[in-house]
Design a protein. Sequence first.
Length: 767
Amino acid sequence: MGNRCVLADLPRLMRAMPWRHGLALWVWLAATAICAGGAALYLHGQERAARLHAFVEAEAAAETLEQLLLRVFETVESLHDLTQSRHSLREAGNPAGAEAVAQHLARIAGNGRFAVQQVSVIEPDGWMSWSSVANVGPLWLGDRPHFLAHAQWGHAGLYVSPPLVSRISGRATVQASRVLRDAAGGFAGVAVVSLDPLALSRLLRDQGPQPGMVFRLRRLPDGAILAASRDAEAVLQRPPNPAHPAVIAAATAHQGRLAYWPDGGETEVLAAFRAPREVPLVALAALDAAVALAEYRQRRLLVLLGLGLAAGVGLLAAAMFTVNRALRDRLAEEAVRDPLTGLFNRRHLTEAMRPALGATVREGGLVGLLLLDLDRFKEVNDTLGLPVGDAILCAVADRLRGTLRDSDTLVRMSGDVFAVMVPGMREAGDAAALAARLLACLVQPVQALEQSVVLGASIGIALAPLDGDSPEQLIRNAEIALYRAKVEARGQHRFFEPEMDAAMQARRAMEVGLRDALAKQELELHYQPLFDLKQWRVSGFEALLRWRRPGIGLVSPADFIPLAEETGLITPIGEWVLHQACSDAAQWPAWVKVAVNLSPVQFRNAGAVPVVQAALAASGLKPERLELEITEGVLLQDSEETLQTLHALRALGARVALDDFGSGYSSLNYLLRFPFDKVKIDRSFVGDLGSGSGGEGTVIVRAIIGMCRNLNLATTAEGVETEEQLRRLTQEGCTEAQGYLFSRPRPAQDVPAMLEEPGRKLVKAAA
Ligand code: C2E
Ligand code: MG
Ligand code: MG
């Protein structure tokens, strides 16, 4: 099996994979899940630690910011107090004192500490009456939020405005204001401390936020940004800069931490905040999560990469293991399967039979083994071709399977031989019934590749434990029974009998002996004269094969030729016969022919022509002195190839005779299709001639001779034993005779004697 084939098969393989093949994949999945779970826990812990760390840092920063905030507003408060003092002194009629305080105020406000821009006073009528900055003309501020907050909305404590544009300086400003009181505690205007948001932002920046951290001051409750440690100008120009709702909500708790995604964005912010009670502001230290968690995320990437890599490698290993295992199992499966029909093969039968035999011994009952051989399968293969043959075998396999139960084992042994193993039979009758069912299922024509074929089969049966207790013995005995069925009872079944074994063994021994016979020079040719009835003398000899078998003696060809044909040994033997006969005949007088019998097997694959040619060439025998006798068996093959071979033989110059005419199918057709030189009338008819009744034999012999005369063919009567037969044959006009009357077949050295004797012995007058 090539690699390409395996790869192409992979998807099918995986789909058909039994669960146990996937075990490695399950193990991989479980291991990967455990590792992934562990990694997730570890990473979760790591992230929590990183977040905690970020919050702790943000909280420390927020605390610092709170300190700063309180310091700024301490100053703001003291400026408010001084403004109130100035007002009270003026109210008390002490302008000098008030002026001294005012100068003190201007000094403090002017030194720019804590982002203070200026201090001013707005009278109850909305007009600004005083400012720490010199040269400020009268200015109406009655519409400013910090004035309205106190004058109209009754805001009592410290008010901090959102960033505004100062009407004095034209710069951004944040107003921190309080109410001024007269001696009676009534509303006497508003004291305003203006703070510079950019200066405030610088203060924040000077606290040195770590990378990724931003400090912000936001106003409560609307969350407007008053200062930012980064991008202050840009941020302040984008009013109103509302805070994330989470920030506002959290600020009521005065201090804490929170995580949020500002502006619905993708970057998370980890923040800590402080909102001191004294001021309506919240100080935030916000850390970009991407920066805070950068180290953690790097580690997470490494862990995930490692995990992915390990999972990938694991998966690859598991897949390879799985595929390997599946392939191994498939190869093991294929080793016991017949690739054509998909049935089990002989190897599986042996393996499956062992436990079945064991169970039989323990529990009683029989194991039946039925061997089924298709009767005409070879013909199908030869005439319709191998593809049809293969398709027929598959169709037969399907039919047989349909006849069997699941517990029966159906096997293709080889070629057209199938086996059925049936455990748990009660008696031989069960096997006979099954055999009948199997044969019946093949009675209907089998269809394949648009061809319809009538097949039929023979079955040999062996039963364990009676006929053997090992698979090998049982198979062997079933084979013997099958052989018997084929020889004696085609289309039926035969049970194994011990005598069959003896016959089979004899056959085996003969086969073994025959294989060596040629090499050991145990084969010899005997010759029987052919007597010419016109010239009244011997005109030739038929070469008849003999096997001088050690310890047994001369064996007739009738006993061993069929075996030689079955085993293919006829090819070398036939070749030897041709060479021997031609070289013997080359020694004889020039007018004496030699007749050699050719087996149908020698005609297959057009092997006969070169062999005849070689024998003629080697012996120097003239071709017209060689006569080749073929039986109807040759013509039964009836293919164009056979006819061509016959024509080729005749073209060599040899003569061709049709042997044993009348014994087989004797189709007249044969005589017309091929130009034979001679017909040999089977001795069964000639034997009838002497009976004196002038019965059937006489009629047939007369008919054959008459027909041949019309077709211009010579006739040889075989098996002539009596003078009476000879007389009749001469009367009917037969041209040649052969038989014990003239001589039995005798060894080559007797040929000279046989040339003379018959003519001398028989007086022509007898005819
Ligand atoms: P066949 O070709 O028809 O040969 C004639 C057979 O009839 C011979 O038997 C011969 O001995 C026998 N016979 C001759 N005269 C008489 C008679 O008067 N009475 C009786 N009862 N028999 C007679 P054999 O030699 O036993 O050969 C039998 C068959 O074996 C042959 O029949 C032939 O078909 C085959 N055979 C013989 N030699 C060869 C061979 O070299 N090659 C092949 N392929 N077949 C051979
Ligand atoms: Mg013959
Ligand atoms: Mg014959």
